[in-house]
Each structure stands twice: as structure tokens, then as C-alpha cells.
Write a protein that binds this ligand. Structure first.
Ligand code: FAD
Length: 402
């Protein structure tokens, strides 16, 4: 995505762009839900109409997330993108999106392992395994999850209670359209289960299921057996076991320093309940390119910490929004849900305290909760956001009963 964005937006056609990857290190390959901003963004990056993009992605139109069994009200509800029934994102095939963006990238592709990235005067130096180092004006570091969470470099989102996913692929339930994009409205299902929750993402090629849980609280055999029971009740007779993926919940404290921009899973991650990873990458790439391409170079040193603080705050707001979904429990009074509601979520105030994280995500988030708890919301506040719009907070607060 970063390479396609540079190819499309760099005003100087003679710029030199290197796209570096290591073919021995696979991409994660999950990431099938998105937010509506991806629809115009992919049109911009590919110069293709929406319909064509959707067909290339073997995608469906995602109008929101349907929550089943969440919160204290005991009723199911949907978090819609607004305007309701009009605004949509994609459910997409992650590998096809990478292919589409690759086609729209003008770069030299280099298959090599990066060993080190260091800041040098006016840019960054990249060292490789088995090839000479290179110096760049700007590096997007998209090497995926950090190996470990280090409190000096990362903000640990300890208030999100999950850390592992089991992924299964099942037959499609949405029929492909022969001559155009599938117009049927779809939603991601997020179904509360005793050990966590299950996502159900309908594509035209298959339906993707993922069981999200905490490996310190529940064992893999318990997950597999509850997953089997769920699929059986859902009428799914066959599936492919795809992967077991451990993941960290974190925000990097130094997403951007003026020469190196961490993006994607290298910059921040929180469990996929609200599909916040691709939209976060859009934000990271967009902010960095906006300032690098449009602001005079003499502002760079002053801009970089401001952009960094903004990005850290946005990512942390996503984390707070996602963690809050667990705050009212679910229809299950199980070990996992007691841990999520009574132990993990109450850590949010300490974990996101402004003095600990260097940004104002926490007061911004708490301001949104105050707002949705008012009997009448002033019109002047309707457009307020804390990573996601007020309408998302209002729908979740109503649905969860908190
Ligand atoms: C269970 C689960 C569900 C998810 N669902 C969603 C979702 O619905 N929506 C969403 O938006 N996101 C979702 N995500 C997030 C998704 O993983 C990311 O959006 C997406 O994979 C982006 O990853 P990435 O490119 O940052 O990292 P990766 O996919 O890990 O790619 C890293 C790349 O860096 C290269 N690399 C790594 N190290 C080196 C090195 N030393 N030298 C050279 N190259 C290197 C690799 O070759 C690879 O190409 C989900 C994640 C998980 C775990």
C-alpha cells in the first residue's frame, strides 16, 4: 500500500522507489475486513472504478459489524457504517489486494532480508543480508509484528484481553455475480463465545472464520472443540484449518521520526474486532506522505514529533475503542469473560495515562464516553471523533448497554 501510494502521489516522476521484501518471510495474509475509507482509497491508488476493484478483490460490500451475544443487554445489534445502509467497506481477499496494489506500483522490487535500519543525516541507511547497504530519504518499515513488546519502545495495550487467533476457511455463502460486483449487503459477524469470540467474514470465494481468545486463559483443545460446535450449529460441514496466529496488542512509541515511518503491523496492532489494521496503515502512510510531499523540508524536524504524536494517539484511540467492547461482558459468565471485564479492561486508565504514553488519547476517549452518556448530544458535537466517529461510540454504547 505504501509503495502504491508513493507511485501514485509523488509529484516527481523521476523519484526512485525500492520495494524490499524477503520472500522467505511470509505475509500474515489475514485481514479481510476494512473501513469505508478503503473504497475511495483503492480507486485513487489503482485508477479503477469501485466495481472493478471489488471484483478484483473477490470482495463483498461490508456495511458494518453484527455483534451477537455481546454486552449486558442480552440482545444482538449491528454497528453500522454511517450513513446506515449507504456507506460500505469491503470484505476482501488480502492476497488479491496485495496483487492489485503491486500492479499499481512503479518500483524496483528487491528480494532481500533487511538487517538494520538506522537514521543518518538527511535520511536512513538500510543494511541487508548479502548485499550492499543503501541510503534513502524516507523508509517505510513494514516488517510486521515486533518480536517482543519492550516497554521502552512499545505501549502495551494490556486492556485488550485476547492474544491468539485460530483461522478456518469454509465454503462461500455469498454467490459470485457473473457480470459485476456482488451488490448484496453483508456484515462481519462477531459472535461472543465462552472463550472469546468468532469472526465470520463472507467473501465470494470462501467464508473466513477466526476464533479469537487468550492462550493463558483457554487451551487450544478447548478452542478447537468450541469452534467445532459453533460451525456445526452454523450448518458448516467442512473447513480448512488455516493457521494459529499469536498476536501482540501494542502501539509503537516512535511510529515516525522524519526519516523512518513504521507502518502496518510494525507500527501498531490490536485484535481484529473492529478491523482496524488496514485503516491504520492508510492513516500512517497518508499522514507521512502528506507532510513529506507537501511541507517545506525545513519543517521536517518540527513536523515529525507532531505527526508521531498524532499517529500514536490515533492508534491508542482505536485500542481503547476495541478494549471498551469487553467492558460490559457478554452472555457468558466464563473464566475468559470475567478476566476480560474484571481484570483486563480496568487497566486502561493506567495503561493509557497521558504521562505514560505522551499523548492525549485517554481524555479524548473519556470525552466520547461522557458525550454518549448525555441525554441530548449537542449538534456541535455530532462530528467529534476518537479514531472512529461519535456514531460508532453511540451505537456500541446502546448495543452493549454501557
Ligand atoms: C487474526 C487476525 C485477523 C486480522 N483481521 C484483519 C481485518 O479484518 N482487517 C484488517 O484491516 N486487518 C486485519 N488483521 C491485520 C493484518 O494482519 C494486517 O492488516 C496486514 O497483514 C498487514 O500486515 P503487514 O504488511 O504490516 O505485515 P505482514 O503481513 O507481517 O508483512 C510483513 C512483510 O515484511 C517482510 N519482512 C519482514 N521482515 C523482513 C526483513 N527482515 N527484511 C525484509 N522484509 C521483511 C515480509 O516478507 C512481509 O512481506 C488481522 C490480523 C490478525 C492476526
Amino acid at each position: 500500500m505504501a509503495a502504491a501510494a508513493v507511485s501514485r502521489l509523488h509529484p516527481d516522476r523521476d523519484h526512485e522507489l525500492h520495494h524490499i521484501y524477503d520472500s522467505r518471510i511470509p505475509v500474515i495474509g489475514v485481514g479481510e475486513g476494512s473501513w469505508p475509507s478503503l473504497v475511495p482509497h483503492l480507486q485513487q491508488l489503482t485508477d479503477l472504478p469501485d466495481d472493478t476493484v471489488q471484483q478484483r478483490l473477490k470482495g463483498t460490500r461490508k456495511y458494518g459489524v453484527a455483534f451477537e451475544g455481546w454486552g449486558r443487554r442480552g440482545r444482538d445489534f449491528t454497528h453500522h457504517f454511517m450513513p446506515r445502509h449507504a456507506s460500505y467497506a469491503y470484505h476482501l481477499s488480502a492476497d488479491l489486494m496485495a496483487d492489485l496494489l503491486h500492479e499499481n506500483t512503479r518500483a524496483r522490487h528487491i528480494d532481500a532480508k533487511v538487517l538494520r535500519i538506522t537514521r543518518v543525516e538527511g535520511g536512513a541507511r538500510v543494511e541487508f543480508e548479502g548485499r550492499a547497504p543503501e541510503r534513502y530519504d524516507l523508509v517505510f518499515d513494514g516488517r510486521g509484528f515486533p518480536r517482543e513488546i519492550d516497554p521502552d519502545r512499545h505501549i502495551h495495550i494490556s486492556f485488550v484481553p485476547t492474544d491468539t487467533a485460530v483461522i478456518r476457511r469454509c465454503p462461500a455463502v455469498i454467490a459470485d455475480a457473473p457480470d459485476g460486483p456482488v451488490l448484496q449487503h453483508t456484515v462481519t459477524r462477531a459472535v461472543a463465545r465462552p472463550h472469546g469470540w468468532i469472526f465470520v467474514i463472507p467473501l465470494v470465494t470462501h467464508t473466513s472464520y477466526g476464533y479469537i481468545f487468550n492462550r493463558a486463559v483457554s487451551g487450544l483443545p478447548e478452542i478447537e472443540s468450541d469452534f467445532d460446535a459453533f460451525l456445526e450449529a452454523d450448518g458448516v460441514a467442512e473447513f480448512d484449518q488455516r493457521a494459529v496466529i499469536p498476536f501482540p496488542n501494542f502501539v509503537h512509541r516512535h511510529i515516525y521520526d522524519g526519516a523512518v515511518a513504521r507502518i502496518g503491523n510494525a507500527a501498531a496492532f490490536m485484535e481484529p474486532l473492529e478491523a482496524t489494521a488496514i485503516v491504520s496503515a492508510q492513516f500512517q502512510i497518508g499522514m507521512v506522505l502528506q507532510t513529506r510531499l507537501n511541507r517545506p523540508v525545513e519543517h521536517l524536524e518540527r513536523d515529525a514529533p507532531v505527526v508521531n504524536r498524532f499517529l500514536v494517539s490515533e492508534m491508542l484511540c482505536y485500542g481503547l475503542f476495541v478494549g471498551w467492547h469487553y467492558s460490559c461482558g457478554s452472555r457468558y459468565d466464563s473464566g475468559f469473560w470475567r478476566y476480560a471485564r474484571d481484570e483486563a479492561w480496568p487497566k486502561y486508565r493506567n495503561a493509557a495515562a497521558p504521562e505514560a504514553v505522551g499523548c492525549a488519547a485517554l481524555p479524548k476517549f473519556e470525552g466520547m464516553l461522557e458525550l454518549v452518556n448525555q441525554p441530548v448530544i449537542d449538534k456541535a458535537d455530532w462530528n467529534r471523533m476518537c479514531a472512529v466517529p461519535l456514531t460508532s461510540y453511540a451505537q456500541m454504547s446502546q448495543g452493549l448497554g454501557c
